[in-house]
Write a protein that binds this ligand. Structure first.
Ligand code: HEC
Length: 125
């Protein structure tokens, strides 16, 4: 092998080595910079969850104004919280004999959300 060929081989070897060694650059951006944006994803809040469930399942009767003989509104945080504390809301949404809504029980997930909301201290946001 003459020196010209040796030099070419050397250049190719260096190029190949550089290209294949490029993956570990410590300055490359983190592919997952914010893996946990919500520090407590299991917490149930009024604005995050309960309000939407009430809106979809209760407000046709417990809206403003109330309808179909419903005795109270469930249109605000304070009113829903008060219904849990003083009107047996949790009992009624899990009742098979007098369920709320009257048409039939909501999904287990929706009912669990109310229980968690109470257990976690009625978080608003
Ligand atoms: C189709 C109308 C209707 C819907 C929908 C409805 N309710 Fe009612 N609700 C009533 C009526 C009428 C009463 C009063 C008669 C009774 O207690 O069964 C009542 C009573 C209640 C009571 C007892 C109040 C008390 O002081 O005795 C609670 C708690 C309640 N509803 C919660 C809910 C919740 C929570 C939802 C939604 C998940 C809901 N209701 C959906 C009509 C409705």
């Amino acid at each position: 092998m003459n020196s010209k060929h040796f030099f070419s081989l050397l250049v190719i070897t260096v190029l190949v080595f550089n290209c294949s060694a490029g993956g570990d650059d410590p300055s490359s951006p983190d592919p997952n910079p914010n893996p946990n944006p919500n520090p407590n994803p299991t917490s149930v809040t009024y604005n995050g969850k309960i309000k939407g469930i009430v809106s979809n399942n209760c407000l046709t009767c417990h809206g403003n104004p109330t309808a179909n003989g419903a005795p109270m509104m469930l249109t605000t945080y304070a009113l829903v919280k008060s219904a849990v504390e003083t009107r047996g809301l949790l009992v009624r949404i899990n009742s098979t004999t007098s369920p709320m809504p009257q048409g039939g029980l909501m999904s287990q997930a929706n009912r669990d959300a109310f229980q968690q909301w109470k257990d976690q201290g009625f978080l608003e946001n």
